[in-house]
Ligand binder design. Structure first.
Ligand SMILES: Cc1cc2nc3c(=O)[nH]c(=O)nc-3n(C[C@H](O)[C@H](O)[C@H](O)COP(=O)(O)O)c2cc1C
Length: 224
């Protein structure tokens, strides 16, 4: 695989929101998590965990927990001036979960800020330094793990959708999956064999998202 073909693979990934009833074999789900844990993390702390739910009754309870809270929220929004703007958007909170053969709930935990403690031990004021905590490094690492899991899903012929919508049912989902402090869920990933091929979502042009700081003499073309 070269740079172009890898970029091509990345560009073909889509968020898939509807799945067939075909179950995903345990060994395949294990590979998804294997892929996730290849992600980098500060001092290799690996601040992540994953609940992999295929049990039908539990998937249903998770989906219902999200749907119920979304309906509750929709009813409130309908009373205001933005009911039209919100429209059916609330369905995106739970819909992909309803047909997913597996629901994967990534979790992260925060570790004590070692560098800040070292600064304090030397008599310094840790608040005078931006450390890993200032970029929520554990959450970043877990997000990187989620992206690896999405790409492995694609390579396995699966579809997947990483969703923040399920956060609305966080308390109930954490209770159902016994997720306790210091662990926190990072949305949920719906996984299954795709029942639809979603259209490609546009991306902003590079010029809008990159600032280049280069020397004039730097090569413009890739070296062969
Ligand atoms: C952190 C995160 C949260 C998301 N939450 C939802 C969600 O709750 N429901 C949903 O249907 N899609 C959700 N998505 C998928 C996005 O809508 C999707 O990535 C975006 O529209 C771009 O489409 P693509 O992934 O097919 O390129 C989420 C994606 C990310 C990364």
């Amino acid at each position: 695989m070269n740079g172009d073909s890898f970029l091509d693979l990345l560009s073909q990934r889509r968020s898939v929101r509807a799945f067939t009833a075909q179950p995903v074999p345990h060994a395949v789900l294990e590979r998804l998590v294997q892929a996730a844990i290849t992600a980098p993390s500060p001092t290799n702390r690996q601040p992540w965990r994953f609940a992999v739910v295929t049990k039908a009754e539990l998937r249903q309870r998770i989906t219902e927990a999200v749907r119920d809270r979304a309906e509750e929220m929709k009813a409130i929004i309908r009373k205001g001036h933005h009911a039209e703007d919100f429209g059916q958007y609330g369905d995106f909170f739970h819909e992909p979960l309803s047909t997913a053969a597996a629901i994967i709930v990534p979790q992260y935990r925060v570790y004590p800020d070692l560098i800040a403690n070292l600064v304090a031990s030397g008599g310094g004021d840790p608040t005078k330094f931006h450390t890993a905590a200032s970029m929520q490094a554990e959450l970043c690492s877990t997000s990187a793990a989620c992206m690896a899991l999405l790409l492995q899903s694609q390579a396995e012929g699966l579809g997947a959708c990483w969703m923040s919508g399920p956060m609305i049912g966080r308390d109930e989902i954490q209770r159902l999956l016994d997720i306790r402090d210091p662990w926190k869920m990072v949305g949920a990933i719906a996984v299954g064999y795709p029942d639809q091929l979603p259209t490609k979502q546009p991306r902003k042009p590079l010029a809008q998202v990159v600032s280049w700081f280069e020397d004039d003499a730097e090569p413009r073309e890739a070296q062969k």
